[in-house]
Design a protein around this ligand. Structure first.
Ligand SMILES: Cc1cc2nc3c(=O)[nH]c(=O)nc-3n(C[C@H](O)[C@H](O)[C@H](O)COP(=O)(O)O)c2cc1C
Length: 136
């Protein structure tokens, strides 16, 4: 039987500001690995903060997320969604990436804020997908 799909969204803070080259290096390593594991998602980086969605087979997502949590390049990793069974929103991306400027980051975090999150946790993925379409 196919493993069920797990979605995780977290936010974190970079320990030091990362250059574009450093982020491209991270993505170059990450994308083939995610593809092999059947993981898709999006990574947003704005003003020293990350927000990432990982979606894929449960065991693979848990394994990669455990590594990400231990990664010394960032800290204060906070899970904001961990939900089985949601459909993929980034099926065609082994890891979409975008640097987000301050006004857009504010819009995104407001959309994901306490009220939005209370309304429906699973809508976080939809908010992320809509945000991606609006800035892509
Ligand atoms: C913000 C951030 C996002 C990351 N995203 C991923 C990811 O999507 N997939 C992945 O395999 N590693 C990701 N990494 C890297 C992992 O933390 C870790 O370095 C990598 O999985 C190590 O793999 P290895 O132990 O197989 O060498 C990310 C790291 C950071 C700092």
């Amino acid at each position: 039987m196919d493993e069920q799909l797990l979605s995780i969204v977290y936010v974190s803070s970079a320990k030091q500001l990362l250059t574009d080259e450093e982020l491209q290096g991270l993505l170059q390593k990450t994308r083939p690995k995610n593809e092999q594991l059947g993981i898709s998602g999006v990574l947003l980086y704005g003003d020293g903060n990350f927000m990432q969605l990982l979606e894929g087979p449960e065991s693979a997502v848990r394994e990669v997320y455990a590594k990400i949590c231990q990664d010394p390049r960032h800290h204060m990793v906070t899970t904001i969604l961990e939900e089985p069974g949601l459909p993929r929103e980034f099926a065609e991306w082994s890891m979409a990436y975008r640097r987000v400027d301050a006004p857009d980051w504010l819009l995104l975090t407001q959309a994901l804020g306490p009220e939005g999150a209370r309304a429906s946790l699973s809508s976080i993925k939809i908010v992320l997908a809509d945000f991606w379409k609006s800035v892509a």
